[in-house]
Design a protein around this ligand. Structure first.
Ligand code: NDP
Length: 456
């Protein structure tokens, strides 16, 4: 194959995958003057826009109305019994996603990026085939993301994954969600709020592994109190279709009968269709592309970022990686390396979790003596209602230098609140800095600047 720069199929940068990271990298590279094409076979905007963050958050809003209607009565609103119509939510969501697909198309077109529709397969290390066209990339960026994966068990054909939930023909009456990560707890909350009899099943002793223990225990209590059935230390061995629905057999010898079994048991990188073997690009055990801190694979002109590298699977991280990569490749600005410390994150379970920095367990291992501040309270909004949901806030301080090294919250708008707090943690501010900040009253967030007493 040629590397002729005059050839219309020849690009400075070929981006495989038009998800969050790929689109940002393509747009930025083009804005710096590179000739760029992005190849996509499914949808513009990738997982986040189509079957992830965006539709999920819309569903979280949709499902939370159940509580809002009930809470409204305490404020004097007499409402007729609310009826929920699943096709309305599903189809309105789909229309919004299609609008966003259009926005992504315009952003790429506006930046001068060529969009190529189809599945990319490497022909050799510089050339990629899409149907009967072959595109040459002086550099190639793999940003093909990931997809849900199922464990092995009999009756896998009866299982659904997160992608399916966004397009269900009808809402199940009873559902089990398998998996105790982000997606599992978020989906269990969505389904429960929409009126589905929901069970969340997790193989370990307590879900949300990796999050602060206090938060995990608090969320367990809140989900149980709301009526989600939690089944821990058990797993699925088989699913078969019975007369009344799907029978889910469990390792503890019991059985669940449901209308939908939704698996949120992790995601795997999309590398298997790329024909990567012709490139010598090295993969890890899970099929992830191995890269260095400049997103470079072992083949110097091939790069990768985002979920396909199976590191931090978060949209804002993929976007930040794309910004660093394109800065370093296509500008004369000083070279950058992304700092992966103190990445804030939210889990949109109900109540939401927001977190930044270290868990108490990690901080204790790293620093030794800590000061921990906690506040567990009934949000003001619920005081006039029968809603018994509580909020939890937790500050972890390194005693040696007074720095706040971890902040965790479960409660309404936790993601919104922690985003602001994350700036302070990233900046390395101390508990004294927090204490000197005046609170905004009355808010929940003011708790973070008014915590005086250490946890006993
Ligand atoms: P996670 O890796 O977070 O969680 C997977 C869950 O499935 C874990 O509880 C895991 O258990 C369990 N599991 C894994 N394998 C098996 C198995 N063989 N049998 C039974 N259970 C199993 O993956 P998710 O799919 O929830 O989410 C993927 C990623 O997407 C997240 O890590 C996150 O980065 C991102 N995401 C972010 C969101 C946000 O920012 N709000 C929302 C949704 C996703 P164990 O703990 O024992 O390993």
């Amino acid at each position: 194959m040629t590397d002729s720069t005059a050839n219309e199929n020849s690009y400075d940068l070929l981006v495989l995958g038009a998800g969050s990271g790929g689109v940002r990298a393509a747009r930025m590279a083009a804005s710096y003057g590179a000739r760029v094409a992005v190849i996509e076979n499914r949808f513009l905007g990738g997982t986040c826009v189509n079957v992830g963050c965006v539709p999920k958050k819309l569903f979280v809003y949709g499902s939370h109305f159940a509580e809002e209607f009930s809470d409204a009565q305490g404020y004097g609103w007499q409402l007729p019994k609310a009826e929920f119509d699943w096709p309305t939510l599903r189809d309105n969501k789909t229309r919004e996603i299609e609008r966003l697909n259009g926005v992504y198309a315009s952003l790429l077109d506006g930046a001068g990026v060529e969009r190529v529709w189809g599945t990319a397969r490497f022909v050799d290390a510089h050339n990629v085939a899409v149907d009967d066209r072959v595109l040459y990339g002086k550099r190639i960026l793999i940003a093909t993301g990931g997809r849900p994966t199922l464990p092995e068990f009999d009756g896998q054909e009866h299982a659904l994954v997160s992608d399916d939930l966004f397009y269900l023909e009808r809402l199940p009456r009873r559902a089990v969600v398998v998996g105790g990560g982000y997606i599992g707890v978020e989906f269990a909350g969505i389904l429960h709020g929409l009126g589905v009899e929901s069970t969340l099943l997790y193989r370990g002793e307590l879900f949300l592994r990796g999050f602060d223990r206090t938060i995990r225990e608090f969320v367990r209590a809140e989900l149980e109190q709301k009526g989600i059935a939690l089944r821990f230390e058990t797993n699925v061995t088989a699913i078969d279709a019975g007369p009344e629905g799907k029978r889910v057999q469990l390792t503890d010898g019991t059985e669940l009968e449901v209308d939908a079994a939704i698996f949120a048991t992790g995601r795997v990188p999309n590398t298997d269709q790329l024909n990567l073997s012709v490139t010598q690009v090295a993969l890890g055990d899970r099929g992830e592309i191995l890269i260095d801190e400049q997103y470079q694979t072992n083949v110097p002109h091939i790069y990768a970022l985002g979920d396909v590298t199976d590191r931090v699977q978060l949209t804002p991280v993929a976007i930040a990686e794309a910004m660093v990569l394109t800065n370093n490749l296509y500008t004369d600005n000083p070279k950058r390396v992304l700092d992966y410390d103190n990445i804030p994150t939210a889990v949109f379970c109900q109540p939401n979790i927001g977190t930044v920095g270290l868990t108490e367990e990690e901080a204790a291992a790293q620093f030794g003596t800590l000061r921990v501040y906690e506040s567990n309270f009934r949000p003001m909004k619920y005081t006039l209602t029968s809603n018994s949901e509580r909020s939890l806030m937790k500050l972890i301080v390194n005693d040696a230098d007074d720095r706040v090294v971890g902040v965790h919250m479960a409660g309404p708008d936790a993601g919104e609140i922690i985003q602001g707090i994350a700036i302070a943690v990233k900046a390395g501010l101390t508990k004294a800095d927090f204490d000197q900040t005046i609170g905004i009253h009355p808010t929940a967030a003011e708790e973070f600047v008014t915590m005086r007493a250490e946890r006993a």
